[in-house]
Design a protein around this ligand. Structure first.
Ligand code: S3P
Length: 176
Protein backbone atom coordinates (compact mmCIF):
# COMPACT_ATOMS: atom_id res chain seq x y z
CA UNK A 1 0.00 0.00 0.00
CA UNK A 2 1.27 3.48 -0.85
CA UNK A 3 2.20 5.41 2.28
CA UNK A 4 0.67 8.87 2.08
CA UNK A 5 1.22 10.11 5.64
CA UNK A 6 4.80 11.28 5.48
CA UNK A 7 4.71 13.99 8.11
CA UNK A 8 6.82 11.94 10.53
CA UNK A 9 9.56 11.38 8.01
CA UNK A 10 12.89 13.18 8.54
CA UNK A 11 13.98 15.97 6.25
CA UNK A 12 17.17 15.44 4.28
CA UNK A 13 19.74 18.24 4.60
CA UNK A 14 22.49 18.47 2.01
CA UNK A 15 25.61 20.10 3.37
CA UNK A 16 29.01 20.82 1.84
CA UNK A 17 31.07 23.47 0.10
CA UNK A 18 29.98 25.87 -2.60
CA UNK A 19 29.94 24.09 -5.94
CA UNK A 20 29.38 20.63 -4.46
CA UNK A 21 26.04 20.45 -6.28
CA UNK A 22 23.73 20.65 -3.25
CA UNK A 23 20.97 22.51 -5.13
CA UNK A 24 21.09 20.58 -8.40
CA UNK A 25 21.40 17.20 -6.72
CA UNK A 26 18.89 18.18 -4.03
CA UNK A 27 16.25 19.12 -6.57
CA UNK A 28 16.64 15.78 -8.35
CA UNK A 29 16.75 13.82 -5.13
CA UNK A 30 13.53 15.51 -3.98
CA UNK A 31 11.82 14.57 -7.22
CA UNK A 32 13.05 10.99 -6.91
CA UNK A 33 11.73 10.49 -3.38
CA UNK A 34 8.67 12.69 -3.78
CA UNK A 35 9.42 15.36 -1.17
CA UNK A 36 9.36 19.12 -1.69
CA UNK A 37 12.71 20.80 -2.32
CA UNK A 38 13.94 23.98 -0.69
CA UNK A 39 17.17 25.93 -0.96
CA UNK A 40 18.07 28.02 2.10
CA UNK A 41 19.88 30.71 0.09
CA UNK A 42 16.78 31.23 -2.04
CA UNK A 43 14.59 31.40 1.10
CA UNK A 44 16.83 34.06 2.65
CA UNK A 45 16.83 36.00 -0.60
CA UNK A 46 13.04 35.86 -0.82
CA UNK A 47 12.69 37.10 2.77
CA UNK A 48 15.16 39.94 2.24
CA UNK A 49 14.11 40.81 -1.31
CA UNK A 50 17.84 40.85 -2.14
CA UNK A 51 20.42 38.45 -3.54
CA UNK A 52 22.95 36.81 -1.21
CA UNK A 53 25.79 39.00 -2.53
CA UNK A 54 23.71 42.16 -1.94
CA UNK A 55 22.81 41.06 1.60
CA UNK A 56 26.53 40.58 2.40
CA UNK A 57 27.35 43.93 0.83
CA UNK A 58 24.62 45.99 2.50
CA UNK A 59 24.26 44.33 5.89
CA UNK A 60 27.37 42.20 6.35
CA UNK A 61 27.98 38.50 6.75
CA UNK A 62 26.80 38.34 10.38
CA UNK A 63 23.36 39.54 9.32
CA UNK A 64 23.21 36.89 6.58
CA UNK A 65 24.26 34.19 9.05
CA UNK A 66 21.51 35.18 11.47
CA UNK A 67 18.94 34.94 8.66
CA UNK A 68 20.39 31.59 7.66
CA UNK A 69 20.11 30.27 11.21
CA UNK A 70 16.46 31.36 11.45
CA UNK A 71 15.50 29.93 8.06
CA UNK A 72 17.11 26.58 8.88
CA UNK A 73 15.39 26.39 12.26
CA UNK A 74 12.01 27.00 10.62
CA UNK A 75 12.61 24.47 7.85
CA UNK A 76 13.92 21.73 10.13
CA UNK A 77 10.91 22.06 12.44
CA UNK A 78 8.52 21.96 9.49
CA UNK A 79 7.24 19.10 7.31
CA UNK A 80 9.79 16.79 5.65
CA UNK A 81 11.66 18.18 2.67
CA UNK A 82 14.96 17.95 0.90
CA UNK A 83 16.91 21.00 2.03
CA UNK A 84 19.96 22.35 0.18
CA UNK A 85 21.84 24.40 2.78
CA UNK A 86 24.30 27.20 2.06
CA UNK A 87 27.92 26.08 2.48
CA UNK A 88 28.35 27.88 5.82
CA UNK A 89 25.07 26.90 7.45
CA UNK A 90 26.35 23.72 9.10
CA UNK A 91 29.21 25.69 10.68
CA UNK A 92 26.73 27.29 13.08
CA UNK A 93 26.65 25.17 16.22
CA UNK A 94 22.93 25.60 16.84
CA UNK A 95 22.02 24.82 13.22
CA UNK A 96 24.33 21.84 13.21
CA UNK A 97 22.81 20.39 16.39
CA UNK A 98 19.30 20.86 14.99
CA UNK A 99 20.15 19.23 11.67
CA UNK A 100 21.91 16.29 13.32
CA UNK A 101 19.05 15.76 15.74
CA UNK A 102 16.06 16.16 13.47
CA UNK A 103 17.12 15.60 9.87
CA UNK A 104 19.31 13.23 7.89
CA UNK A 105 22.46 15.14 7.02
CA UNK A 106 24.31 14.25 3.84
CA UNK A 107 27.75 15.70 3.17
CA UNK A 108 28.09 16.22 -0.54
CA UNK A 109 31.77 16.38 -1.29
CA UNK A 110 33.76 16.96 -4.47
CA UNK A 111 37.41 17.49 -5.27
CA UNK A 112 38.71 21.05 -5.46
CA UNK A 113 39.00 21.08 -9.26
CA UNK A 114 35.33 20.11 -9.62
CA UNK A 115 34.29 22.78 -7.12
CA UNK A 116 36.36 25.44 -8.90
CA UNK A 117 34.87 24.51 -12.23
CA UNK A 118 31.32 24.62 -10.88
CA UNK A 119 31.59 27.90 -8.96
CA UNK A 120 33.08 29.49 -12.08
CA UNK A 121 29.74 29.05 -13.80
CA UNK A 122 28.02 31.42 -11.38
CA UNK A 123 30.82 33.76 -10.45
CA UNK A 124 29.79 36.96 -8.72
CA UNK A 125 26.90 35.40 -6.82
CA UNK A 126 29.13 34.00 -4.08
CA UNK A 127 30.47 36.83 -1.93
CA UNK A 128 33.08 34.71 -0.15
CA UNK A 129 34.79 34.16 -3.49
CA UNK A 130 34.64 37.71 -4.78
CA UNK A 131 38.09 39.17 -5.25
CA UNK A 132 39.81 35.91 -4.28
CA UNK A 133 41.54 33.11 -6.10
CA UNK A 134 38.63 30.63 -5.89
CA UNK A 135 40.92 27.60 -5.86
CA UNK A 136 42.90 28.94 -2.89
CA UNK A 137 39.78 30.08 -1.05
CA UNK A 138 37.97 26.78 -1.57
CA UNK A 139 41.03 24.90 -0.39
CA UNK A 140 41.18 27.00 2.79
CA UNK A 141 37.45 26.55 3.38
CA UNK A 142 37.73 22.79 2.79
CA UNK A 143 40.53 22.54 5.34
CA UNK A 144 38.53 24.41 7.97
CA UNK A 145 35.13 22.91 7.25
CA UNK A 146 35.63 19.32 6.14
CA UNK A 147 36.18 18.04 9.70
CA UNK A 148 32.82 19.61 10.62
CA UNK A 149 30.99 18.42 7.50
CA UNK A 150 32.33 14.96 8.39
CA UNK A 151 29.96 14.90 11.38
CA UNK A 152 27.14 14.15 8.92
CA UNK A 153 26.22 10.46 9.05
CA UNK A 154 26.31 10.12 5.27
CA UNK A 155 29.25 11.19 3.08
CA UNK A 156 28.88 11.18 -0.70
CA UNK A 157 31.68 11.99 -3.14
CA UNK A 158 30.14 13.70 -6.11
CA UNK A 159 32.29 13.03 -9.14
CA UNK A 160 32.15 15.18 -12.26
CA UNK A 161 29.58 12.70 -13.56
CA UNK A 162 25.96 13.40 -14.42
CA UNK A 163 24.17 14.52 -11.26
CA UNK A 164 21.77 11.59 -11.54
CA UNK A 165 24.53 9.18 -10.64
CA UNK A 166 25.14 11.18 -7.45
CA UNK A 167 21.42 10.87 -6.74
CA UNK A 168 21.74 7.10 -7.24
CA UNK A 169 24.58 7.01 -4.70
CA UNK A 170 22.47 8.94 -2.20
CA UNK A 171 19.44 6.67 -2.70
CA UNK A 172 21.65 3.68 -2.03
CA UNK A 173 23.12 5.27 1.12
CA UNK A 174 19.59 6.02 2.33
CA UNK A 175 18.60 2.41 1.70
CA UNK A 176 15.85 3.38 -0.73
C1 S3P B 1 28.39 30.29 1.56
C2 S3P B 1 27.81 29.51 0.60
C3 S3P B 1 26.73 29.99 -0.30
C4 S3P B 1 25.96 31.14 0.37
C5 S3P B 1 26.88 32.20 0.84
C6 S3P B 1 27.96 31.70 1.81
C7 S3P B 1 29.47 29.71 2.42
O1 S3P B 1 25.83 28.93 -0.60
O2 S3P B 1 25.19 30.66 1.44
O3 S3P B 1 27.49 32.77 -0.30
O4 S3P B 1 29.73 30.25 3.50
O5 S3P B 1 30.03 28.67 2.02
P1 S3P B 1 26.19 27.72 -1.62
O6 S3P B 1 26.97 26.71 -0.84
O7 S3P B 1 24.86 27.21 -2.01
O8 S3P B 1 26.95 28.30 -2.74
Amino acid sequence: MERTDRKHERSIALIGLMGAGKSTVGRRLARRIGLPFVDTDREIEAAAGLGVAEIFERYGEAHFREGERRVLARLIEGPPRVIATGGGAFMNEQTRALILEKATAIWLDADIETLVERVGRRSGSRPLLNGTDPREKLRTLAEARNPIYALAPIHIHSKPLPHDSTVDQIMKALGR
